[in-house]
Design a protein around this ligand. Structure first.
Ligand SMILES: C[S@@+](CC[C@H](N)C(=O)[O-])C[C@H]1O[C@@H](n2cnc3c(N)ncnc32)[C@H](O)[C@@H]1O
Ligand SMILES: [Zn+2]
Length: 376
């Protein structure tokens, strides 16, 4: 394999030389023998900050590819007692070993295993699942390996099922009914968390979101894992719900079940999706710690973008309801001229923009008040 040296964060690593794997002059990271995607630097930068706050004892980068993620955690976030890097691809293992050596890390453990079988054999307090597409095949094994108060980190790039475009795929992978809704960007992340809560419950464990976000073409979740059948039951009872949107007037609400429901505002039958997680997506103390920690990472190439996202998420986390997409709402209600988002926010007083959608707002104000502000 012809290699190329690159710098990401504070580490220098070798990746397969993209020029060797061009097809018709184009390159896709999946065409190289070992996967490295520069579009995921933002994801890794944010994860480095998270790990610097969490300071886990045992870090597992279960789907490592080049090893860049785990190596960055060790060099930039925190020197954990143990660092475990794993990939089922033997070519990846050669590269991981080379990259560890190049960054003077001697103490890491490297496995060439199927991640699921490895995860059932080990215990850790931070497990990173960064797969091709869906993390669903790794949920049960990763949660099983994480001790009480440990962190599960998941990336999901399969937005099509999660956002309701591929309905059958969503049924198959996430056991949830889904349709394309106005707020599908947020619904998708809630369906994913709902699935993880149900899988964790099988093991008498549960998860609570600390920090979760949508960016570019993926979701990223950091969940705190807790143990106990009663806690698992409580989380399911309190936070596993359905969600309905009225196709006529755009009113939306969480629902206890997926029985036929008429819109309380206009009487039209609502479109219902779920089951999904209805609780907070962000822990306010955790986001405060991330904002504080971020100041130390002045060298990362995404410094400004990370700051913007963290501040926006901190703002929107004050509101528990799913965002309203104003252009969709205005078009449903035939409001001819959409006021600026800034004007709507000012009119509502307690409301925020959302990172999920530039046309969306989050507020806990009543539907009628939102409409009044849209019309004013
Ligand atoms: C998206 S890449 C990981 C990228 C890496 N985490 C990063 O940040 O650059 C997914 C990796 O998972 C590996 N993989 C897929 N299925 C696996 C399995 N069942 N067990 C172990 N590794 C697996 C692939 O070989 C690939 O290297
Ligand atoms: Zn309605």
């Amino acid at each position: 394999m012809k290699l190329k040296e690159i710098v990401e964060g504070k580490v220098k690593i070798f990746i397969p030389d993209p020029n060797e794997y061009l097809v018709n002059g184009k390159f896709d990271p999946a065409w190289a023998p070992v996967f490295y995607n520069p579009k995921m630097i933002f994801n890794r930068d944010l994860s480095v900050i998270v790990v610097s706050v969490v300071k886990p004892k045992i870090i597992v980068d279960a789907l490592s590819a080049t090893g860049v993620r785990g190596i960055r955690y060790y060099i930039e976030s925190w020197k954990s007692e143990e660092l475990i890097l794993n990939d089922k691809n033997p070519e990846a293992i050669k590269l991981i070993q080379l990259n560890l050596k190049y960054n003077n890390i001697e103490e890491a453990k490297v496995y060439n295993r199927d991640a699921n079988s490895l995860l059932y054999e080990i215990k850790a307090d931070y497990v990173d699942i960064d797969p091709f597409g869906s993390p669903a095949p790794f949920i049960l094994s990763s949660i099983s390996s994480i001790i009480r108060n440990g962190i599960a980190a998941f990336t999901a790039t399969d937005l099509s099922p999660l956002e309701g475009s591929s309905k059958l795929s969503c049924r198959r992978k996430y056991d949830a009914i889904n349709f394309k809704l106005s707020s599908s960007k947020e619904i998708g992340i809630r369906i994913l968390i709902g699935k993880i809560i149900r899988e964790a419950a099988i093991l008498e464990k549960t998860v609570y979101p600390l920090f979760s976000f949508y960016a570019d073409y993926y979701y990223r979740l950091f969940l705190k894992v807790d143990k106990g059948a009663k806690k698992a039951d409580k989380n399911i009872i309190n936070n596993l719900k359905y969600f309905g949107e009225c196709p006529r007037c755009g009113y939306q609400q969480f629902l206890q079940d997926n029985c036929k429901t008429l819109c309380p505002k206009c009487g039209t039958e609502m479109i219902i999706v779920g089951p999904l997680y209805s609780g907070p997506l962000i822990d306010s103390e955790f986001i405060r710690l991330l904002i504080e920690a971020h100041e130390k990472f002045t060298y990362i190439s995404t410094f400004d973008r990370v700051k913007k996202l963290l501040n926006l998420i901190s703002n929107e986390s004050k509101y528990t309801s799913v965002y309203y997409k104003l252009d969709k709402l205005a078009s449903k209600l035939k409001i001819p001229k959409l006021p600026s988002i800034a004007n709507v926010l000012e009119c509502l007083g307690q409301a925020s923009r959302t990172h999920f959608d530039p046309k969306g707002i989050k507020t806990d104000k009543e539907y009628e008040e939102i409409i009044k502000c849209l019309k004013s």
